[in-house]
Design a protein around this ligand. Sequence first.
Ligand code: MCN
Ligand code: MOS
Length: 763
Amino acid sequence: MNISETRKHGDASDGMIGGRHSRFEGSVKVTGAATYALEYDVEDLAHAVLVQSTVAAGRVVDIDIAAAKIAPGVLMVLTPEDDLGLKVASDWYGNRPENQDYAPLPRTVRFNGEAICAVVAETREQASEAAKLIRVVYQETPAVMSLDDPDAGEGKLMDNLTAGWGDAEAALSAAPVRIEAEYCTPREFHVAMEPHGLTAKWDGDKLTVWEPSQWTHGMARSYAEWFGIPLDNVRMVSPYIGGGFGSKGAALAYGAVAAAAARKLGRPVRLAVTRPQNFTSYGGRAATRQKIALGATAEGVLQAIVHRGMSETSTYLDYAEQTGAATAVLYKVDNFSSQHRVVPVNSVTPGALRGPGKNPSAYGIECAMDELADKLGMDPLELRLKNDADHDYQSGKPWSTRRLREALTEGAKAFGWSGRSHRPRSMRDGKTLVGWGIGCGTFPVIRAPSSAMIRILGNGRVEVVSGSIDMGQGTYTILAQTASEALGVPIDQIDVYLGDSRLPGSAIAGGSMLAGSITGAVHKAATAARDELIGLALNDAHSPFRDTGANTLMVADGRIGATRGDGQSLSIAELMATLGRDHLEILRNTLAENTQSADDHKRAWTTMAGVQGPTMGDYSMHSWCAHFAEVRVDEDFGTVRVSRIVSAFDCGRLYNPKLVESQWRGGIIMGIGQALLEEGLVDMRNGRLVNNNVGDYLVPTNADVPNIQVISVGVPDPHASALGGKGVGEVGIVGVAPAIANAVFHATGKRVRDLPITLEKLI
Ligand code: MCN
Ligand code: MOS
């Protein structure tokens, strides 16, 4: 059965909110019709290649570009000598330093792999060849290579990440049962299938950038500010993205270099960031360390949590991988203290990677809970249920919805947890040790203002238009479903246009905030569009419904007609053909090339709607999950295989369970990689990331992925979003690594407290 047949054979309600509709853009992707950023046919294109520093810190004192400049095809060589005339752009939150110069090819090197030169040539091959001819002389300065470096120091205490209530230290020392341990996670990377890169083209002072983007509006703002041009002059185009996982939310130095080169050269420039360069052109997940002490009664009632975490950052910006993020919300505890420090090292500034903060945080607290259960001689499931938090102890607010208890009990039932013998090394299958472990996860509900546009075209088709993006998570599909349901138009009559900064602004596809934010906007716009269509049908001088005496009409299955009886009904196209043009707002929109026939657009009519990001208000809102993992460990060789995972989730209402299950599974698979495989290795002599390629930086392959059963225990959460859904995209990875680590302990009796759990740590 091919994709279009799958769609045809789908259930009729498939296309509604909550239906299991297959990926809307699936067929264009599998047939290769989807165009990615580096595939656009742009005339007169030149190609740029980056040259990166080979030292961790220092000053570029001499660059010999003579040979590169005369190499075949070379058009331009950019070095720190060149004034690109750029200004520092706003940060993430829109704060901008006044009139500061920005040098994306800096003279002062801050990490190994920082871009310092670029070569532009007629072809990419010529640029790469010429790049090899550049000779750079550095004056090296002392550097801190990683958190493991003896010179790394204690870093800086982050006041905004210091939390506490009760008297944690006193309650801890008074507690009859205590555990204390340190947990470590390494530097990790996104490794999205589509590497970074862009094509930049100037028309006068107007810039078009084709670049994979999790946030077209935010990135367009950076380009505009770098170059000092109005925001309207920048167009970011990003309709298809081969995965981002947090790495594609911000415009980065290589983008500034390519766009500056294009401006200087007067030709469009394409810059493909190579796979190795991907590892240092933007930040992965920071390495973390955290000490956790838990105190409990002999019955397993938590008395105190003391948490001290740290994460690496760069030498030039503080980015905190917040190790206390999940610690504070998972359990009921009256005495709590958490601190987080950032330690500058000579690396690119780390960034968000699926479940930032929450992910290493859950690794710490969920391993610690397992250690406590072991010390108490208690079932780790029972320990978690006993300490389930009835409200948010940090904010004092009630949960909007929290079904972690249900996730634990339903997950346990599906997994067969009651068959566990709790003593470590007590379950085996021949020569293989078998272990079962639990890890819980959470991710906050975040929202941001989003807007969307609905157009009903003269031919009866409906367009959903938004500047938000789909990097694989399902935005196209859920927006089509939302519009279909709100308008009463079958989903195959709907087209969705995304990924262009000239379209209505939206939340970033980050922090698992997009689906909840943008479905609200589309629902509102589509409902308003339907009401306006009905209004026109009742009032337009030419409408056949005008004289029927009806005071309302309904739209269903793409037809408009009387709400009851078998009165006349018309398809939307038939109705649109009768309406007077004076009632149709003629589109003066920018999106000519994304539209259907020009004539249809003349008869189109537009509704815009926006939803504000509601404040977090009176509730504490989060998604929740409980993972149950089974591992099999070879006793002689220490090899670990994950043989089974069952995970239960509370993410509120699911707009499309098929896509959600895929999101959860994707997160869980990344969690398997984090537990067993992934680790950025730094050469302590020069700060170079040694395994900067997909051959040496291991991510799970199909052979590493077992049967994963996912279960939804959520209920619609009216506080979380307009349609009742909570975030889905990130919570899946949170809690997987501790579930596996705890299973490995259960199998082997050996507690590995630093990820990944490789065989040499087990032997
Ligand atoms: N969804 C749903 N019902 C809900 C919530 C979500 O059906 N109540 C489904 C929808 O298909 C929606 C998807 O889940 O498109 C994700 O929704 P949401 O949780 O709002 O997350 P965002 O749309 O903001 O996407 C970003 C999120 C993040 S932050 C990372 S990191 C991540 C992730 O999504 N990166 C991904 N999932 C990814 N999936 C793919 N394929 N590739 C990535 O790079
Ligand atoms: Mo996701 S790491 O917030 O893009």
